[in-house]
Design a protein around this ligand. Sequence first.
Ligand code: FAD
Length: 344
Amino acid sequence: MREVVVVGGGPVGLAAAVHARRAGLSVLVREPRQGPVDKACGEGLMPGALSELADLGVHPHGRDLAGIRYVASTGTGVTARFAAGPGRGVRRTVLHDALAARADEVGVEVDARPVATVDDAGDHVLVDGEPARYVIAADGLHSTVRRLVGLEGPAPSRRRFGQRCHVRQAPWTDVVEVHWSPRAEAYVTPVDDDLVGVAVLGEAGSRFEDLLDDFPVLRERLTGPRTRVMGAGPLRQRARARSVGRVLLVGDAAGYVDALTGEGIALGLAQARVAVDLVALGDVRGYDRAARRMGLRHELLTHALLHATARPSVRRGLVPAARRLPWLFSSAVNQLARPVGRPA
Ligand SMILES: Cc1cc2nc3c(=O)[nH]c(=O)nc-3n(C[C@H](O)[C@H](O)[C@H](O)COP(=O)(O)OP(=O)(O)OC[C@H]3O[C@@H](n4cnc5c(N)ncnc54)[C@H](O)[C@@H]3O)c2cc1C
């Protein structure tokens, strides 16, 4: 019997699989999509995500990011530099290739069938009828496993969506720019020497092009040809708990608040590491608590910012306020940027 089946071969699932192999466990990844897998994402790897990847021996190509800049509709802004070293803008396809190559190198097997059933069998789990000692579910925002094992939380009342495209032109900045309008935010992430990612977050029912009209200063900057738009959402997903029995949820499958603060990959990679540590010990009872604790800092800050910025008046005043209190802005950015689940 396999020790671990990882459901989902996104960044978090592949990271879990590499950790598992390095801990000497037999592991199978179930991922139906053929690589390199793309996804709607802001593609900003926070410094914490980069250090998790480096620990795995994964060094994806991209553009270094020195910090985060909030920009008002007038074009004025405020920048917070990362204190813990740079982050990196990395195309999802590049990240997938780098993790998949590392997984292959350490002997991870991949099976292209999607998982349809997960059943608790006491001292093991049946995944589509095949036994495994543990299941690590990294099957994303709309996790099938979360639903199958009864961990799906209540549907969110507020429904925000993300849409993203790329613009082929040289980046003009070495930070992630977050442009604010009364109803949406636009995230600009340099991901290569001739490629800039633009992700827009807003309420349901808005087209990418219409939302982009909210940002005339940014629109003027975008001079190159654009790729097609990809979307994702609703962003808010709840899990009643992060584990039950021998099934552990990691990454977006474990619940997601919003892409507003851009730490999803860092948090997911840290959860993958901790999940495998506990699986290797043969006692996963502490996982739910550990995963909850790891996500708390991000959850609180993201919820607070989301709640505050639900009002257009606050959104209009946000950048001027951050300019008046740059130390506070910098402190919040660095709380989110620092490594997850490791000593400060
Ligand atoms: C617009 C937007 C902007 C974002 N910006 C950032 C950012 O700048 N920085 C950041 O860190 N995070 C960002 N995020 C969040 C980030 O994209 C996610 O946190 C991250 O992708 C989570 O990785 P994952 O591996 O958990 O899930 P995913 O990347 O979604 O991977 C899940 C995988 O599971 C597979 N799968 C699904 N169902 C099954 C099944 N039944 N059986 C087998 N496999 C299955 C899918 O094919 C997929 O490959 C953003 C998100 C959005 C929507």
